[in-house]
Write a protein that binds this ligand. Structure first.
Ligand code: SAM
Ligand code: SF4
Length: 327
């Protein structure tokens, strides 16, 4: 089991399989999208599987597939199947915008995917179109239904909290999640990528707590769900659970247990810094065996930085949107 220099145990990998996306959330991706990376520059499924196997040997227990939009990566169920067969990997899950989920839920489940998180900022089709620039909300609802039919459990909904956009939907989103037996989480807007220019729409997660507490009785849930950083509350009258992810107002760097690998194999120890090391060159080094690869990756894990410095450090200027980091 590997600990970094802060004594944090690294056990959670966010694995991006593409930078591309089929929508353009305003805080994440420029309207022009991103340039397609040459196929050879993206990690193959075999390379990804080898990296994950090495990381599981070093203590990683949970892998979340992300992107960009992971469902636009061709043959994704084949990768899920390959990762599912890695011994020691306890939790294999995926984060999606849900647009393609109605057709993909079945093959993903059959390949061994255990859980999905669906990104949904609003219940209003017009607002959804606005924030995603052309997204079609009924497609997300169809994806959600397909995920429920496949029995993924729990299904979590992720909503980025935006002042003047969805701050009047906190109650309706909570009600919707409870009715559908989903775990809703609100995420604070981070000053990353286009989100850097939307600071006026930032709202502290405390605002959600205040709104929910005016309406219902909230009790700290007392345990985590999965290996993420969300803080959970039980909403007594709804018999549901709501989570808050507050990296800006109450950073959780001291208990950060995660690392990230981008679609091109960049290793990222913290989402706030844009100086990733590349695992692609390492894994493609001729003759480099698994022992040497393990040693090199263990060295990188130890370098994980202590904190995100409030996203304010001079070296911390992530101009690339979250699509390139994986969230
Ligand atoms: N496309 C998938 C999705 O939207 O869930 C996976 C990738 S997306 C980059 C992962 C998460 O990052 C989403 O929940 C999204 O809301 C969040 N995200 C993107 N940009 C963000 C920002 N500037 N601040 C906070 N969260 C952001
Ligand atoms: Fe695409 Fe997800 Fe970024 Fe939205 S948040 S643009 S769905 S990658």
């Amino acid at each position: 089991m590997l600990k970094d220099q802060q004594g944090r145990q690294i056990e959670y990998l966010r694995l991006s399989v593409t930078d591309l996306c089929n929508i353009r959330c305003r805080y994440c991706m420029p309207v022009t999208g991103v340039e397609k990376t040459a196929r050879d520059d993206i990690l193959s499924f075999e390379e990804i599987t080898r990296l994950v196997r090495v990381l599981v040997g070093l203590g990683v227990k949970s892998v979340r597939i992300t992107g960009g939009e992971p469902l636009v990566r061709k043959e994704l169920p084949r990768l899920i199947h390959m990762l599912h067969s890695i011994e020691g990997l306890e939790d294999l899950c995926l984060t999606t915008n849900g647009i393609l989920l109605s057709e993909m839920a079945r093959p993903l489940s059959e390949a061994g995917l255990q859980r999905v998180n669906i990104h949904l900022d609003t219940l209003d089709p017009e607002r959804f179109r606005h924030i995603t620039r052309w997204g079609n909300l009924p497609q997300v609802f169809a994806g959600l239904r397909a995920a429920q039919d496949e029995g993924f459990d729990p299904i979590k909904l992720n909503a980025v909290l935006l002042k003047g956009f969805n701050d009047d939907e906190i109650i309706s989103l909570a009600r919707f999640a409870a009715e559908q037996d989903l775990v809703l989480r609100f995420i604070e807007l981070m000053p990353i990528g286009p989100g850097r220019n939307m600071k006026s729409q930032y709202l502290e997660a405390q605002y959600v707590l205040d709104q929910l507490s005016e309406q219902w009785t909230l009790v700290p849930f007392g345990k985590t769900l999965g290996r993420g950083p969300a803080e959970y509350y039980k909403v007594v009258e709804l018999d549901s659970v709501v989570g808050l992810i507050h990296p800006v107002s109450q950073p959780f760097c001291d208990r950060c247990n995660r690392i990230r690998i981008s679609a091109e194999g960049k290793f990222q120890d913290c989402l706030a810094y844009q100086e990733p090391w590349t695992l692609r060159d390492l894994i493609r080094t001729p003759g480099l065996g698994d022992d040497a690869l393990t040693e090199a990756i263990a060295g990188l894990l130890k370098l994980k930085r202590a904190d995100h410095g409030g996203f304010l450090l001079p070296q911390c200027t992530p101009t690339r949107g979250m699509y390139g980091i994986g969230g």
